[in-house]
Ligand binder design. Structure first.
Ligand SMILES: *Cc1c(COP(=O)(O)O)cnc(C)c1O
Length: 407
């Protein structure tokens, strides 16, 4: 998955273009920058590739979520429905705009279960935020149906699934807005960076202004810009955008390699009757950054994970259920509302509710799931070896557990 595995002369060339002029800021300095506009160029390429109306680059995926929520008008006291399995950025962004995170279960897609979303709706609900985890896609049709029925906004977090699609449309372009992350371990990296995609001009204009202190970018120079609303600074630098530009041009190459390695690994694990795979609402749209697979029980999964660790091959195989960043089970700081400053009373109440909530349906999915990250540098031989080692461990653990239950 990570684009940093294929960093090379293309990235260095783009960065050098910026270093030649020394203009590292994305706005202004029209003369001295000598026609070098890396951020604008990357935004245009993202729009073209994904058939998106507008793209705004920002400093991170978290900043992209915060900017998108703000531009969509999500704020104090609004509820945002998000999944139990995601990255901490989801609730960080929701809380930072004064809104309330409401968690709904995931299903075998590893993304929001639309039925669970329906049950989480209240009169305060303003936005549904599906997270397209691990290179795959949420089931967007039923979620859009719910949005229509209850007049809600849809914000797609596609930070982990750039290049994936749903029924012919690229992820991030289906909802009212969508986000990408270009942090160091994502499919396309800028070192640090993010983007908001939208087809609505007004939402784009708000993202553009908000991420740069409210500048309307309509003045003859920065000093002449007006400030129609209050913003902040989530700007990306030209150096980061330059890296991203070279990386983004390699996206098809990354996706091809991932597909090839994923296919090979999946065909090895398919031979195991104990193993089933993540359900993809549109299998043809997978970006193949991970192969996510299920074992029959949580007990067997813990045993497989222990064995992977013992054999020194746990790295690259993620047991999200026991991971500090990605699943509700380990988000003690969220449940205890450990913030540095004061939250609103409504936010405090929402986190109290969350600390008392149980998610047995999500636990029964995530407790049995392992995601194997697909490397860009694996040779056919290495992929085979990796798959066979995992398969041997699954067989070993399964025979042990079945002999237990037989005795
Ligand atoms: C990485 C990630 C983010 C945040 O991106 P950063 O650029 O690291 O801030 C948000 N959501 C998901 C699902 C992610 O994986």
């Amino acid at each position: 998955m990570p684009g940093f595995e294929l960093f090379g002369p293309e990235e260095r060339k783009e960065v050098n273009d910026v270093l030649e002029t020394g203009i590292m800021m994305r706005y202004g300095f029209d003369g001295p920058r000598k026609g070098i506009w890396k951020s604008k160029e990357l935004e245009a390429e993202i729009c073209r590739k994904f058939n998106a109306g507008y793209t705004q680059l920002v400093s991170s995926g978290t900043a992209a979520l915060t900017t998108a929520l703000t531009a969509l008008g999500v704020g104090a006291g609004d509820e945002v429905i998000m999944p139990t399995f995601t990255f901490v950025a989801s609730f960080e962004a929701v809380l930072s705009v004064g809104a309330l995170p409401v968690l709904a279960d995931v299903d075998e897609t590893l993304t929001l279960n639309p039925e669970s979303v329906r049950q989480a709706i209240t009169p305060r609900t303003k936005c549904i935020m599906p997270v397209h985890m691990c290179g795959g896609m949420a089931d967007l049709d039923p979620l859009m149906e719910i949005c229509k029925e209850y007049d809600l906004l849809l914000l797609e977090d596609a930070c982990q699934s750039i290049g994936a699609s749903y029924k012919g449309r690229y992820l991030g372009t289906v909802g009212n807005a969508g986000t990408f992350s270009f942090d160091f371990v994502k499919t396309v990296t800028c070192a640090e960076g993010g983007a908001i995609l939208t087809n609505q001009k007004d939402i784009y204009a708000k993202c553009d202004g908000f991420s740069d202190h409210g500048h309307d970018h309509l003045g003859v120079d920065r000093g002449a810009d007006l400030h129609p609303f209050i913003g902040c600074n989530f700007r990306i630098s030209e150096l980061h955008a330059a890296v991203g530009l070279a990386q983004f041009r390699k996206l098809d190459q990354f996706l091809d390699i991932q597909q090839r390695n994923h296919r090979q690994l999946q065909s090895i694990l398919s031979g195991l009757e104990e193993v089933s795979f993540r359900r993809l609402p549109d299998p043809s749209g997978d970006s193949h950054t991970f192969l996510s697979w299920f074992l029959p029980t949580e007990e067997i999964t813990w045993a497989v994970v222990a064995e992977l660790k013992q054999q020194g091959i746990l790295g690259g195989n993620f047991y999200w259920f026991d991971h500090n960043w990605h699943y509700i089970r380990k988000w003690d700081h969220l449940r205890k509302a450990d913030t540095l400053n004061n939250l609103s009373d409504l936010q405090k109440q929402a986190l109290r509710d969350l600390s008392n909530a149980a998610f047995p349906a999500s636990d029964s999915i995530m407790g049995r799931c392992i995601s194997t990250q697909i490397g860009l540098l694996w040779t056919e031989e290495q992929t085979k070896e990796r798959g066979e080692k995992i398969a041997a461990i699954v067989r070993k653990v399964s025979s042990r557990t079945s002999s237990y239950s037989a005795s």
